[in-house]
Write a protein that binds this ligand. Structure first.
Ligand SMILES: CCCCCCCCCCCCC[C@H](O)CC(=O)SCCNC(=O)CCNC(=O)[C@H](O)C(C)(C)COP(=O)(O)OP(=O)(O)OC[C@H]1O[C@@H](n2cnc3c(N)ncnc32)[C@H](O)[C@@H]1OP(=O)(O)O
Length: 702
């Protein structure tokens, strides 16, 4: 018999068919398999928010385990969440060698509540079960066999192998095959093990509650009889099930899939735009970003031409890229086949026959323009020309080429071979095919691509500007880098804004501000002003740069470091007295600032810019912004992304706080609530999935 488990109807089907099979004397054993090569992806997450009907999962799995005929799970494709829990209720599990198994509920803000937390530790031991349940990681069939999750691995037809096996065990006793009856192997270092596990999840979870509940549930398996453990599992699940974190994480699951279904304001869409295959790609410029992009391209199996005009830089890059590929292959237990996929050249002519080029030279418009002019002349007709700029005008670069429709931005995040986010930036002339090709290439590279319109900083960096600006203002008003960072890290960011600024280098923003004509030399004039064209401006970052304090790389920034390049940020008494002198010089009186103000000022200013981005049509929907922030900027996933978070806080509340802060700081335009936010509040603050309707209406009225 073949089944899929997903919704109420599927569960009803399983209950009825298993019952029939068990009651039929002609049936000696039962095989449960999936449909279309997938065993089961677990419970239907969409059902969670509704009145769940149909037979519940737990009694269904109990009935299967209690059956007096052998039940074998034939696992092809995926057995995830409730799917694996169903398989654990079967008496035997046979998996195809390409199958993947796991209990990913934790990543949805839940725990495996159909007996997963109670059966898995009984089957494979507490440490391995803790690892799988608290991380939610998927394991391949070979690892599942090694761990003891499955009994056999099949190379060919799993169903055939399972049927054959089921017949061979038809007469065998089943008592020793019911996992719920197993004692949970109790490690001798029990307390240390659970304390260690709890400490680890608390450290990694950044405030997420599900991993903690997972540890508590597994602990119950190790300390209580099975049925009592099941009670604890249910109790813990009940707390998680209705939590805001579960809502946020499940929103992220669907948002991640929604962004792949991109659309452009001109009506072009993912399902009507055909990508062109890319067999050979090139990277121009082998600094940090170019090297990471070359590695990520080669790891997808593409032929890559890596171009760097500076001979010394080329040699260094070659060595660095080879090292990155070797280490990557070692981590995955593979030979570094990708090493042979890259050829190096200092001559741009080497890219003549590639299908797609990614330019990653220094962030300087004049230089990039020159590269695009050269590429347009050198490349074969039809080659897509992409720029990895993080903020510069993609249209302007496109205008340097003969075929602007072939130009898009591919904005990777550092380190480019690790970070999952890719902003694919289209301009008014970019063809849908160019966008589709960049999105598809990103997917092949393991990236989460988000298609966005062209504007200064695109989506991610554009929203970062008001966030950083507020952090600077807070220092002027009485906060310290430590206080601001602590508030943001307690919120769930892996690093606060100042530690992040020290890591990425203060000189990056300084260069941009200089280019914008914002920087006055404080050292020369003695007192740089704090206004630029009527808008409040903080020269604090510029003043640190003038002192050569560029962050970690110079050993000094907002914090101090033991030596240049060291990562441990320590509070810097020099900076604190510098700040006091600065305030005194400008007649600023420090006041007490609390975490709430830090969060409201920094996050609501960022969110307000997000609304402006939606209003401007730069992002198609709130999901695009949220995925960019979760995958590229360390926004805590269990808070769903900035736009989702605004909905959770309440749009009226966000509006009211922005109005309050704008009244107090009328010279800060970023704090002025934007019209889309006002419009949404006036429309009764609809849930985030309904914002597109309001945006559409707004656009149609413009
Ligand atoms: C007070 C109240 C107390 C209440 C107590 C309540 C107790 C309730 C008891 C519940 C028992 C718990 C049961 C169990 O423990 C819980 C679960 O099983 S949660 C689900 C766990 N499973 C997952 O997390 C898997 C998620 N899916 C995937 O990883 C992948 O989709 C896949 C299965 C590996 C397939 O990958 P791909 O082939 O790449 O395909 P896509 O990812 O693009 O997906 C295609 C399509 O399907 C949609 N989808 C996928 N999985 C689910 C799902 N589990 N539910 C709903 N929809 C799903 C996905 O969104 C795509 O949709 P599309 O974009 O095409 O519209």
């Amino acid at each position: 018999m073949c089944f899929i488990l997903h919704s109420a109807a599927v569960r009803q089907g399983i209950v009825d068919t298993v019952k029939r099979a068990l009651g039929d004397p002609k049936v000696k054993s039962v095989v449960i398999c999936g449909q279309n090569g997938i065993f089961c992806g677990g419970a239907d997450i969409k059902e969670f928010g509704t009145n769940m009907s149909g037979p519940p999962l737990v009694p269904m799995i109990h009935a299967i385990e209690a059956a007096n005929k052998p039940v074998v799970a034939a696992i092809e494709g995926s057995a995830l969440g409730g799917g694996l829990e169903l398989a654990l209720g079967c008496h035997y599990r046979i998996a195809h060698s390409k199958a993947r198994l796991g209990l990913p509920e934790v990543s949805l803000g839940l725990l495996p509540a159909a007996g997963g937390t109670q059966r898995l530790p009984r089957l494979i031991g507490v440490p391995a079960a803790l690892d799988l349940i608290t991380t939610g990681r998927h394991v391949a069939a070979a690892e599942a066999l090694q761990l003891g999750v499955v009994d056999r691995v099949a190379e060919h037809s799993t169903v055939d192998a399972a049927v054959k096996f089921a017949l061979s065990v038809a007469a065998k006793p089943l008592d020793a095959r019911r996992i719920s009856t197993y004692p949970c192997p109790c490690p001798s270092d029990f307390d240390a093990l659970f304390e260690g596990a709890m400490q680890k999840v608390r450290q990694n979870a950044r405030g997420a509650i599900a991993p903690v509940a997972c540890v508590q549930a597994v602990r119950a398996a190790a300390t209580r009889p099975y049925l009592q453990g099941m009670e604890r599992e249910k109790e813990l699940m009940a707390t998680l099930f209705t939590s805001g974190q579960a809502r946020a994480l499940q929103y992220c699951f669907f948002a991640q899939r929604a962004v792949s279904k991109w659309s452009m304001p001109n009506g072009a869409r993912w399902d009507t735009s055909k990508p062109r295959p890319v067999h050979k790609a090139a990277v121009i410029g082998l600094g940090t970003m170019g090297r990471g992009i070359a590695v990520a391209l080669a790891q997808t199996g593409l032929s890559v031409v890596a171009v760097e005009t500076q001979e010394k830089q080329l040699m260094e890059a070659k060595q660095a890229v080879s090292g990155m590929l070797e280490r990557g292959a070692k981590r995955r237990g593979l030979t570094p086949a990708a090493l042979h996929k890259i050829s190096y050249s200092h001559d741009i002519q080497a890219v003549a026959d590639v299908d797609l080029v990614i330019e990653a030279v220094f962030e300087d418009m004049a230089l990039k323009k020159k590269v695009f002019q050269q590429l347009s002349a050198v490349c074969k007709p039809g080659t897509f020309l992409c720029t990895n700029t993080s903020a510069l005008d993609v249209d302007h670069l496109a205008s340097q080429t003969r075929n602007p429709e072939l130009v898009v931005g591919m904005h990777f995040f550092a380190p480019a071979h690790v970070m999952k986010l890719l902003e694919v930036v289209y301009g008014p002339q970019s063809s849908p095919q160019a966008v589709a090709t960049a999105m598809q290439l990103g997917k092949k590279m393991g990236k989460v691509g988000v298609a966005v319109g062209n504007c200064r900083g695109f989506v991610g960096n554009r929203m970062l500007k008001p966030y950083i600006e507020q952090a600077f203002f807070l220092l002027e008003e009485g906060a310290t880098p430590e206080l601001v960072d602590r508030a943001l890290e307690e919120f769930g960011f892996p690093m606060g804004v100042f530690r992040m600024s020290d890591l990425s280098g203060l000189d990056v923003g300084w260069r941009v501000r200089k280019g914008d004509g914002l920087v006055e030399s404080g050292l020369a004039s003695g007192q740089p002003t704090r206004l630029r064209e009527g808008r409040r401006y903080s020269p604090l970052g510029d003043l640190l740069c003038e002192q050569g304090r560029f962050g970690q790389k110079t050993g000094r920034g907002w914090y101090q470091y033991d030596q240049p390049g060291s990562r441990v940020a320590r509070s810097d008494p020099w900076f604190h007295s510098f700040l006091e002198e600065y305030r005194a010089r400008h007649g600023l009186v420090a006041r007490r600032i609390d975490h709430q103000e830090v969060l409201e000022r920094c996050l609501y200013a960022l969110i307000n810019e997000g609304f402006r981005i939606l209003e401007d049509g730069i992002a198609a929907g709130p999901e695009d912004i949220d995925i960019i922030y979760v995958f590229g900027y360390g926004w805590p996933r269990h808070r769903g992304g900035p736009m989702f978070y605004a909905g959770m806080v309440g749009l009226a509340r966000v509006l009211e706080r922005l109005e309050h802060y704008h009244q107090a700081h009328p010279d800060v335009p970023y704090l002025q609530p934007c019209s889309l936010l006002r419009r949404l509040v006036a429309s009764g603050s609809p849930p985030v999935h309904r914002w597109r309707e309001v945006i559409k209406k707004l656009h149609s009225q413009l």
